[in-house]
Design a protein around this ligand. Structure first.
Ligand code: SF4
Ligand code: SF4
Length: 79
């Protein structure tokens, strides 16, 4: 499986939670943003997007973001 660097653009985030739902669906087989490996916190117009240590950089959350707040780049392989 490819690993990706996940780039975040919080200014584009709508708070739709698709990224969190995609991650929890993939790894826990349920839709529950509270157990996702990506965390989106909105406070007024401020948005913070963070990842837990369990994130494996699979890129699925970025695929689920339709608003340009997440993007993925293939990570360089280390020798
Ligand atoms: S990169 Fe994969 S494991 Fe990490 S938060 Fe996104 S979907 Fe979850
Ligand atoms: S899918 Fe994109 S727009 Fe929606 S909450 Fe996640 S980062 Fe924000």
């Amino acid at each position: 499986m490819s690993r990706y660097q996940i780039l975040v653009f919080p200014e584009n985030c709508t708070g739709c939670m698709r990224c969190m739902l995609s991650c929890s669906r993939q790894y826990f087989k349920i839709f529950n943003p509270a157990i996702s490996r990506i965390c989106v916190q909105l406070s007024g117009i401020d948005c913070a997007i963070t990842f837990t240590d369990e994130c494996n950089h699979c890129g699925i959350c970025a695929d689920g973001c339709f608003f340009g707040a997440l993007s993925k780049q293939v990570e360089e392989k280390t020798k």
